[in-house]
Design a protein around this ligand. Sequence first.
Ligand code: TZP
Length: 233
Amino acid sequence: MEQRKKKDSDAMPYALCSLREFSLSVDFNLYLITDRKVTKVSLPEAVRFALKGGVRAVQLREKDLPMRELLALAQDLRKITKEFNARLFINDRVDVAVAVDADGVHLGGRSMPPAAARRIAGRNMLIGVSTHSIEEAREAEKGGADLITFGPIFSTPSKAKFGAPIGVEALRLVKKNVRIPVFGLGGIKSENIAQVMRAGADGVAMISAILAADDIQTAAELMNRRIGDWRGK
Ligand code: TZP
């Protein structure tokens, strides 16, 4: 999958234009979201294992951290993701994303809307939005999001926090309603990846199937293989 944003090529010299096009592509289909509370090692170590296992996009989502700690962690993850040429997204905090030169920001229902984030982040940053219904998905696309996560598709370990599962049929419907890449999220594991991709997802996003594993690298490799297997069909 390689989905590209509309380009503002009219105003730009060719070289700059192609550079921008490159930096804006959603060129991954496995999106790792962090939760330092589920990892058995430190978060930077865990992310390094995941990257070794083939993860190419990471969202730093540590909502309870004070700003200085979040910033330090974001700087760490920026260094590590750069080593692997992987994308780094920061959840909610557009200021932190800009400060650490992240590749993107990921917005939730309580974050500023994507159109406002775009004014701060500029066109060179990807904007992801968490969505839970067709309406939210359409709204996110209208607001200029580059990708959305949609879920929870399945039951998740912390169901109370994320709501009841909405299922793969809802995902199939969302895909008929938006053109931007859609990542299935919530309860995704190696055994149900094919089901999610079959419903039309452009990729999958997950926390615990990778980060709570005893062997994070092997878990990430397995998820990538499952996506690859499905795409090969
Ligand atoms: N939003 C909807 S479900 C979820 C988020 C952040 C958590 C997904 O975690 P897991 O462990 O991949 O089910």
